[in-house]
Design a protein around this ligand. Sequence first.
Ligand code: FMN
Length: 317
Amino acid sequence: MTRTLDAAHSAPGAAPTDRTVRLRAAWSAAWDLGDVDALDELLSPGYVRRRGPQSVEQSRQGFKDSIRAVREAFPELRTEIEDLVEDGDRLAIRWRSTGRHTGPFLGVPATGKPVEVSGATFARFDGDTIVEEQVTFDSRQLLEALGIITTSHGAAVEPDLVRGVHRKFITGVTVVTTDDEGTPRGLAVNAFSSISLDPPMVLVCVQRSSTTHPALHRARHLGISILAADQLDVAKTFAGKSEDKFADIQWSPGAHGAPLIDGSSAQLEVEIGERLEAGSHTIFTGRVVSARHDERAPLVYSGGGFFDISNTAPLPW
Ligand SMILES: Cc1cc2nc3c(=O)[nH]c(=O)nc-3n(C[C@H](O)[C@H](O)[C@H](O)COP(=O)(O)O)c2cc1C
């Protein structure tokens, strides 16, 4: 028989059981106040938490660590238990969490945005303690609230068609870099643009899945090296995923510490201003704080290929 034991939802006269009272107390202490050790009373030492369609597993300690991390990003977090249903050793909990994003989360710095996530947890007790839980929630709700993904409007135009359009736009190739506490990091980027000359501002778009992305998010400055026509090998290195892309590359730190690629046709250092979450990318805007260029012809990227334009004839204009 299934009974609803939440006081607000239960049949008149039904009293909450010891298990539901203890669960409410431990959840409130852990999620709302950050006292994650309160869960030790409720969760058995061998507790396993399975999350999402892939049933990603978490131990009791891993769960406690993840609550701490969530609370660092959302310190005002409040979790409300909206319904509790008990059936023998099983307990189903429908919950809703609200908070404000005031600390870094999933590589995204504080957005100040309010978020709301709801889901359900299915717990199995063995005696006094929970031995396993299955948790389901709509992570898209959270990712969308933080601007990490957009689900509300589907693609109006086929991605292949858009890709074809972009192939008609000729760009240079830059290497966007940063100093990550003494370790140089970087990736090849052609989504680079001037924003304004006065004040001198530029932008770059970096995919959030890039391994350089977290370092760029932490950084105060980034470097942009516009590659020269003879630096195709450098472009390939930085478009790849090798652990130490800088190992065989000549580079020097700029005046503000950003790694700059030697032999490139132009270099900038940028003090990062805004980090705008857009689709799958982050747009980093910033003020140019150092710059140099020389006579080397730039490497050109067009239609998926690389070109040397030093031998092309200028059109009359
Ligand atoms: C010509 C060219 C242009 C690219 N432009 C961009 C870009 O604008 N933004 C981006 O995020 N990735 C861009 N990429 C892809 C990244 O360089 C590539 O995914 C790289 O492996 C990321 O490295 P990381 O994960 O080590 O940071 C470009 C690649 C090439 C070859």
